[in-house]
Design a binder for this molecule. Sequence first.
Ligand code: IMP
Ligand code: MG
Length: 174
Amino acid sequence: MDKGKKRILFDAETISARVKELGKAISADYPQGNLVMVGLLKGSFIFLADLVRTLEKPCQIDFARISSYGSGTVSSGQLEVVMDIVPVTGRDVILVDDIVDSGLTLDYYRKRVEQFEPRSLKTAALIDKTGRRDRDVHLDYYGFRIEDGFVVGYGLDWDERFRNLSHIYVLDES
Ligand code: IMP
Ligand code: MG
């Protein structure tokens, strides 16, 4: 499949405005601050970096990483822990991912975080892709909702490409 053709879906300005809104909502929900924001690598790195800079109170930042085997546009369903989360016992945690598709990844991390018995746990993703949901995962904060399509840019990759783009594009699947 040639993944060369793509068109802008959300431009940088639109993304920035939406991320600010999410930051406002999070700041209002946690007036005490002291959050642990856990970014899921690698896709969330730009979203998390922008999001935490919109928060009004100091927060702790951490990362975790699992990999699904293989590359391409379809999750194989097999997950491997590459870098585990830090212990978050008694803390207010928000898990931050780039995009939720089947829900497998976020569902996995949610269960992993819960084992540490945090004080609270919420989830955030820049994009909620609803068309192929397999797990019943609840997103407390999402930037944009799409039904289908493969999107890249602003941290999101296709086979490790396009993460550095400022806009979010949808790839032409034809
Ligand atoms: P899930 O486990 O099926 O929900 O997939 C979540 C992960 O798959 C995300 O963290 C992304 O890394 C990747 N992914 C799913 N859809 C897309 C997409 O449209 N573009 C880029 N990555 C995607
Ligand atoms: Mg990815």
